[in-house]
Design a protein around this ligand. Structure first.
Ligand code: CDP
Length: 229
């Protein structure tokens, strides 16, 4: 079968990365979590005092973008890549609610998006890649052979994120998470540059009531059809 490009977009916390990484390991494709890249820029900005009292020093961030070197290293224990910032693993630190609370503001900045998309193009130039995010089927790989747009109700998504964070030992409450999910949906769909929207040729998957196994089977079938066509 030919090596295709698979773009998975959708709302926050709807299980895109679980389905993307499962399919990638099943079919031997590279998996790239583009959200992790925006989270890494956000972590850098928080840890370097570039975000203070909720305000982003855009000029400083723009001049320091060259210091933000993002890479992925496959972690066999987790069966998915870990995210690295300048050679240091930041996988856990980018998943906190604090990063989630700022990431959509960082991701709305034109110079940040331009740099991330440049790196994403480089990662995907050979094909055989699954990338998930918000603008993959619309902006990053508009010619992807398979585009999926994933959605689920905000309550279902917040519950999934709550379970994920508490399993990691983070103390959080449902109301804060639901607020974050809804706020990010709003910012991501209303920003000027590459807002989250369904590509015209994307297949929609509402996974509110699907188990991980059911969603995996659905995606594998969609892939087999697209790779054969
Ligand atoms: O929490 P979840 O896993 O759903 O989000 P994520 O994929 O880690 O993405 C975090 C944030 O990065 C999103 O809420 C968007 O603001 C931004 N993002 C983006 O703007 N474009 C992408 N291609 C991926 C993520």
């Amino acid at each position: 079968m030919k090596k295709i490009t698979i773009a998975i977009d959708g709302y926050s916390s709807c299980g895109k990365s679980t389905m993307a990484k499962d399919l990638a390991s099943e079919i031997g494709y590279v998996y790239v979590d583009s959200g992790a890249m925006y989270r890494t820029v956000t972590l850098y900005a928080l840890e370097h005092g570039i975000i203070k009292d909720g305000q982003i020093d855009e000029e400083r961030l723009s001049s320091e973008m060259k210091n933000i070197e993002i890479s992925f290293v496959f972690n066999p224990e987790r069966g998915r890549p870990d995210t690295y910032l300048s050679g240091v693993c930041v996988e856990n630190r980018i998943r906190t609610l604090e990063v989630s609370n700022h990431v959509s503001h960082i991701a709305a900045l034109g110079f940040v998006r331009k740099e991330m998309v440049r790196q994403q193009h480089r990662m995907g130039k050979e094909g055989g890649i699954i990338m998930d995010g918000r603008d993959i089927g619309t902006t990053v790989f508009p010619n992807a052979e398979l585009k999926i747009f994933v959605t689920a109700s905000p309550e279902v998504r917040a519950q999934r994120r709550y379970d994920e964070l508490t399993a990691k030992g983070e103390i959080c409450n449902m109301a804060d998470i639901l607020r974050n999910v809804e706020e990010r949906d709003y910012i991501d769909t209303h920003r000027d540059i590459s807002p989250l929207r369904q590509a015209e040729d994307a297949i929609v998957l509402d996974n509110s009531s699907l188990t991980i196994a059911e969603q995996k089977a659905w995606l594998l079938q969609a892939y087999q059809k697209a790779a054969k066509d």
